[in-house]
Write a protein that binds this ligand. Sequence first.
Ligand SMILES: Cc1cc2nc3c(=O)[nH]c(=O)nc-3n(C[C@H](O)[C@H](O)[C@H](O)COP(=O)(O)OP(=O)(O)OC[C@H]3O[C@@H](n4cnc5c(N)ncnc54)[C@H](O)[C@@H]3O)c2cc1C
Length: 468
Amino acid sequence: MIPAQYQPPLPLDRLILREGAPGAGDHMELDVLIVGAGPAGLACAIELANLGRREDTEINIGVLEKAEALGEHSLSGAVVNPKPFRELFPDVPDAELPFRRPVGKEAVYLLTAGRALRLPTPPTMHNGGNYVASICEIVRWLGAKAEALGVNVFTGFPAAQLLTQGRRVIGVRTAASDVNRDGTPGASFQAPNDLTAKVVALAEGTRGLLSQAWCEWERVVSPNPQIFALGVKEIWETKRPLDRIVHTLGWPLPSDAFGGSFMYPLEPNLVALGLVVGLDYRDAGLDVHALFQRMKLHPLFRRILEGGEMVEWGAKTIPEGGFYSLPARRSGDGVVLLGDAAGFVDVPSLKGIHYAMQSGMYAARAIFQALTTGDPSAARLAEYEARRVRPPRQQLVHRARSAPHAQHAPGVQGRVLHRGHQSSADDADRGAIPGWNDRGGQRCQCEEVGNPGLTPGVSKPRRSAHVQ
Ligand SMILES: Cc1cc2nc3c(=O)[nH]c(=O)nc-3n(C[C@H](O)[C@H](O)[C@H](O)COP(=O)(O)OP(=O)(O)OC[C@H]3O[C@@H](n4cnc5c(N)ncnc54)[C@H](O)[C@@H]3O)c2cc1C
């Protein structure tokens, strides 16, 4: 059985509404609406507000966040590349950015059940110049900066449906609140609200429902299907200090599963640790949460955790497809896709925060042009993608373009060799593994299937993929 063949189809008729569809309560009009207050959405809002101030142009910007408070749905390691922070806040010294501490020592280990073999750190995993941080604190800090610039941040409002006019995205409808299981209104029922804008930025993070719906509706495909890993993470107060950031490969993963662990010191006695496993493992009985609990008994982790206390826990998926899983377009009429929602994560270095922010900032510049020229068309907003070609984030995702697929080469050796390859290659083709093509080598078979879409009578083929 191949799970990808049993994915329920997206209910596009419920996710994409025509303008003026009945059922909404209030209506709010904005210039720019951003869905998702993560690093991508907030960086986009801040850059846009800054551009407006600089050019003396008033822009009404709204950010919708489904969490009740900023940062509540954020989960990450996190070791952060500070570059986009410096670009977005040129007057703020590093010491005042929302980081806990600079990365000092670092180590990579290959684990067996009882031992840890120290490996040379591959370049993709070098973190010199980066900072250890809490993503919740980053998001709260960015949110405060955005609000200080006049951005309206609405927390506790999930965007549930895209509003459209022809093929153009014109806004979102929020979810109704307090609806009974049978669909009837509860005691404190609130009708959904419509928010419309000249441009909508979808920054919903990994597996964003509206982003997926837009891609399917617009028949935007990618050379490879997006694939996902699951990251399970805990924060521990420890009795013993951790003096370095740690990454591991190998045990407790079976040889045909891809993944690894991290352990980062937020403070000397406050440690973030987690296990990330690609979700295309072949053993249906594999349980990432259970593996993580076993992993903590390994002497490498146990000597730090013993006597300590777990203070927080969370889990989240990571889009790990890389360059060839990016949607062929990340913009359309009235809409752009940002950050994890588009798949901007560099898996070999386990980094997505600075790419998310960078994509938000580039999109903001294209949106600003669209607003000032009165042309939020697909062609104008596509400048966001052109801007993305040269900067480091694009090169990085491109450099690692076949990385996740190659890392699925069978066995620990495959993964280690892969990382070795990443370490030694130094040209534009970095990450292109011989024998593992842009369709994920042996993993993916693509086929054309009919998709009636929303427009009656139109049945263009779309690409679907089976992961093997
Ligand atoms: C275990 C783990 C470890 C990681 N470690 C690192 C690391 O060390 N360094 C690093 O750089 N990156 C790391 N990452 C990746 C990083 O967390 C992401 O790349 C980054 O957070 C993406 O930012 P984003 O703004 O695109 O999405 P998110 O940070 O996911 O933000 C999206 C926001 O949108 C909101 N939202 C979603 N849908 C809706 C909706 N319909 N309506 C309203 N709001 C909505 C969500 O609540 C969320 O707040 C890690 C990820 C995981 C899971």
